[in-house]
Design a protein around this ligand. Structure first.
Ligand SMILES: Cc1ncc(COP(=O)(O)O)c(C=O)c1O
Length: 352
């Protein structure tokens, strides 16, 4: 089995291990496990499957535009946030250099390489906190055509204050691709409504907010010109009729995102207490997933999955081979995580 590039379960691996997918409790993928809301499910079920949907998803873009107080021409839909990241990398980076604030979700790098570009990583010397001035210097030094930053970061879970993001955008001479996939499910959720300079492209994911990973639905907020350029180099119908229906229903259910966020952040805090009781040290995070130092993460992940049906994210692909990342889940699931960890890590190293 190749190195894990994402959380979530893989059929080939589970089959090879003889693990029944329905028995696995999944801490490796981070999203709103309380979703999707019944209203959103009803809208998806009612979608017209016979007719072609609107090619650019205008009704769904109008709903999002209304929700965010922008013009519909400043909203584009994607087959998940990932598809938008790939389209943006193709357009903005092409065969040139791009700066990635690391450790980072791997798709901007993958998309850059696929378009013949040159990904250049900037990583803090110590810890995981982002130094905005150093990022600006690195962007200039590398002649980056665009900068990719996730806020909150993945896997760190750390979030920059929105003023720092605005300052970063102003200091950069190039577009800032701001991946806000986890912003709504973070302590900094209110920052989603704060305006940012026009050079910022804000990429969002209903996967995370509403628990719709299987549907694949994301959107981006950007200038009208940029949205038109992205659309011009993609096929039509990037959002299916069920995906568009889900968006229209979801924008009416911000209350559901808010209540889910409160539950998830409380679940996260409870999970941290349980991990500390095992002598583990969860790292600080502003959102619904947490890095934990465990020693050999690849081996631990394999043992947890094969022996206990507990999936965690091995952080090796993020350059953190001694960390796992765990998502917030309800207490009964955390019981299973803690029992499995207690067995697999009987004498926890002093992990910081
Ligand atoms: C930072 C970040 N951006 C985007 C995504 C993917 O979002 P989507 O499922 O909407 O493609 C993920 C998924 O884990 C992520 O961690």
């Amino acid at each position: 089995v190749t190195a894990q590039r994402h959380g979530g379960l893989r059929a080939d691996e589970l089959t090879a291990l003889g693990v029944d997918p329905s028995s696995v409790v999944d801490f490796s993928a981070s999203l709103n496990v309380h979703g999707p809301h019944p209203d959103v499910v009803a809208a998806i079920r009612a979608a017209d499957l016979l007719a072609y949907p609107d090619p650019t998803g205008l009704p769904a873009r109008q709903a999002l535009a209304h929700r965010h107080g922008v013009d519909p021409s400043s909203v584009i839909l994607g087959h998940g946030a990932v598809e938008l990241l790939w389209g943006l990398a193709r357009l903005l980076v092409g065969d040139g250099p791009t700066l990635i604030v690391e450790p980072a979700f791997g798709e901007w790098r993958a998309a850059t390489l696929a378009s013949g570009g040159r990904p250049i990583g900037w990583r803090p010397d110590h810890g995981l906190a982002v130094d905005v001035d150093a990022v600006v210097r690195a962007a200039r030094a590398s002649s980056a055509r665009a900068v990719y930053l996730a806020n909150p970061g993945n896997p760190s879970g750390l979030a920059l204050p929105i003023d720092d993001i605005a300052g970063l955008a102003r200091a950069l001479a190039v577009p800032l691709v701001l991946d806000e996939a986890f912003l709504s499910l973070s302590e900094r959720h209110a920052d989603a409504a704060v305006r940012l300079p026009d050079t910022v492209i804000r990429v969002r994911s209903l996967t995370k907010d509403h628990g719709l990973a299987g549907l694949r639905v994301g959107y981006a907020l950007a200038t009208r010109t940029l949205c038109a350029r992205v659309d011009a180099q993609r096929p039509p119908w990037m959002a299916s009729a069920p995906a568009q229906a889900a968006i229209i229903a979801a924008v009416e259910r911000d209350d559901f995102v808010a209540s889910s966020r409160a539950r998830l952040l409380a679940d996260r805090d409870a999970q941290h207490r349980r991990l500390r009781a095992l002598d583990l040290a969860p790292l600080p995070t502003a959102t619904i997933y947490t890095l934990v130092r465990v020693g050999d993460a690849t081996s631990l992940r394999a043992r947890l999955l094969a022996g206990h049906g507990v999936a965690v994210r091995d952080a090796t692909s993020f350059g953190l081979p001694d960390h796992i990342r765990v998502a917030a889940r309800p207490a009964a699931d955390v019981d299973r995580l803690v029992a499995a960890l207690a067995q697999e890590l009987p004498c926890a190293p002093a992990r910081s």
